[in-house]
Design a protein around this ligand. Structure first.
Ligand SMILES: Nc1nc2c(ncn2[C@@H]2O[C@H](COP(=O)(O)OP(=O)(O)OP(=O)(O)O)[C@@H](O)[C@H]2O)c(=O)[nH]1
Ligand SMILES: [Zn+2]
Length: 364
C-alpha cells in the first residue's frame, strides 16, 4: 500500500494545476526536464517569472495552429515558436488563440526552434488539451527539474510513465443506476460511470430491458450543451438525442450512451471559440484546425468499454458516422447493422451537415 499518488493521480493534479495557471514540471530522461504553463491560463506575473529564469522559452503549438500562423513546424505535428525578448502576455495569447487572427493578419514573422525535447513539448500540449484548454504551452528546458519542482511545490510528471497513460482509455466504474421514467419511455434507467483518471463522468440511458443475447439498438451521443439543452439550430444534436430516445421508446428497448465529450472532445469553451471562427466564415473543420485541434478529438473506446461492461457485445448502431462503427468493431463491440439517424436539418445547420459529409466522411 502506498499513500504516494500514482501516475494517473499525478496527471489529474497536473490538469487541475494548468487550469488554475500553475506551472507543472515534466521530467524526461536523466536530469532533463521542462517547466510548462498552459498559454491560456498564464498570467503576466508568471510569464515574467518564467523569463526571469533565463534560457530560451518557447511557445509549443500544434502544426495545425502553426499552419494558420505561417510558422514553420519542424517536428511533424509540433511547432516551437521562440519567444521574442519583449513578448508580452498579449503576444502569447495572440499566438495561442485565433480569435483576432483576421484583425491581426501579420502575427509574425515567427521564428520557430528545432531544438529542445520534442517529446516533452508534445506532452505539454497534450496536457493542455486534456485540461480542455487551448493546445498551446509555454515551455522552458531546464536541468534539475526535480529539485525545482520540490523547491516550488510544483507537480512533477515523469514523461515516460505519463505517455502510455494518456494514450490509453481510463477504466470506468459504474457508480449508481436508478429508474428514470422519461417522455420517450417510462421504463428508463440512468447509469453513471466514473473514469479512474478524474475526468468527466459518462452516462448510459437504458430503455426497457434489452436482452444481452441479441443486438441492442444503441446510440453513442456526444454531449452538446448548445444543441441538447439550448435547442441550438447550428447542429442536429438535440433532435438526434430526442429522436434516438423516441426510437428506442417505440422499439421498447435500447441503450443511449451520453458521452461527455463536448465539442467533439475539445470542451465547451473551445467549441465556442470555434463557433466564433465560424461566424468569421470558417467551416466546422477549419475552425478546429485554426484553434490547433484535429477535426475530432473524441475517444470512442469509452463507448465500447461501457457497452461491454453492461453486457452488450452486439449493437444496431444509430449513427451516420463511420468512425464510430470502426471504433466499436475494433474494441470488441460488433455492429450488426447501421441504423441511419437523419433528423433536425435546418437552414442554419445545412452547411455544417454538408461539411461533415464532405470532410469527415459522414454518411448521408
Ligand atoms: N468542435 C466542434 N464541435 C461541434 C460543432 N458542432 C457540434 N459539435 C459537437 O459535435 C458532437 C456531435 O457530433 P456529430 O458530428 O454531430 O455527430 P456524431 O456523433 O459524430 O455522428 P452521428 O452518430 O452520425 O450523429 C458533439 O460533441 C457536439 O458538441 C462544431 O462546430 N465544432
Ligand atoms: Zn450539437
Amino acid at each position: 500500500m502506498s499513500f504516494t499518488p500514482d501516475i494517473t493521480e499525478v496527471l489529474a493534479r497536473a490538469r487541475a494545476d494548468l487550469r488554475m495557471g500553475v506551472p507543472v514540471v515534466l521530467a524526461g530522461e536523466g536530469d532533463h526536464a521542462v517547466l510548462m504553463l498552459a498559454a491560456e491560463t498564464c498570467d503576466a506575473q508568471r510569464l515574467a517569472d518564467l523569463r526571469a529564469l533565463g534560457g530560451a522559452p518557447v511557445l509549443a503549438i500544434t502544426a495545425r495552429r502553426a499552419e494558420t500562423l505561417k510558422a514553420r513546424a519542424y517536428d511533424d505535428d509540433l511547432a516551437r515558436v521562440a519567444l521574442p525578448g519583449d513578448a508580452t502576455l498579449a503576444w502569447v495569447l495572440g499566438i495561442a488563440d485565433p480569435a483576432d487572427d483576421l484583425k491581426t493578419p501579420m502575427k509574425g514573422p515567427l521564428a520557430t526552434a528545432r531544438t529542445g525535447d520534442a517529446g516533452l513539448h508534445r506532452l505539454a500540449i497534450r496536457l493542455a488539451k486534456t485540461a480542455r484548454l487551448l493546445p498551446a504551452a509555454l515551455v522552458l528546458e531546464m536541468a534539475g527539474g526535480k529539485d525545482f519542482a520540490a523547491a516550488h511545490n510544483l507537480t512533477l510528471v515523469p514523461a515516460a510513465l505519463a505517455g502510455p497513460v494518456l494514450e490509453a482509455t481510463s477504466n470506468l466504474h459504474p457508480v449508481v443506476a436508478a429508474r428514470l421514467p422519461m417522455e420517450a419511455a417510462e421504463a428508463g434507467r440512468l447509469h453513471i460511470f466514473r473514469p479512474e483518471d478524474g475526468g468527466e463522468e459518462h452516462y448510459a440511458i437504458e430503455i426497457g430491458r434489452p436482452s444481452r443475447d441479441k443486438p441492442v439498438l444503441a446510440r453513442l451521443h456526444s454531449a452538446c450543451f448548445t444543441g441538447d439543452v439550448l435547442g441550438s439550430l447550428k447542429c442536429d444534436c438535440g433532435p438526434q438525442l430526442h429522436g434516438a430516445l423516441a426510437q428506442m421508446g417505440e422499439a421498447g428497448a435500447g441503450v443511449l450512451l451520453y458521452l461527455n465529450q463536448e465539442g467533439r472532445g475539445i470542451g465547451l469553451a473551445n467549441k465556442m471559440r470555434a463557433y466564433s471562427l465560424q461566424d468569421q466564415g470558417f467551416d466546422t473543420v477549419e475552425a478546429n484546425h485554426r484553434l490547433g485541434f484535429e477535426d475530432d478529438e473524441r475517444d470512442f473506446r469509452i463507448g465500447a468499454q461501457i457497452l461491454k461492461s453492461m453486457g452488450f457485445s452486439e449493437v444496431r448502431l444509430l449513427t451516420n458516422n463511420p468512425r464510430k462503427i470502426a471504433m466499436m468493431e475494433e474494441h470488441g463491440v460488433k455492429v450488426v447493422e447501421r441504423v441511419p439517424l437523419k433528423v433536425g436539418e435546418t437552414e442554419h445547420n445545412r452547411g455544417y451537415l454538408a461539411t461533415k459529409a464532405e470532410k469527415s466522411g459522414h454518411l448521408l
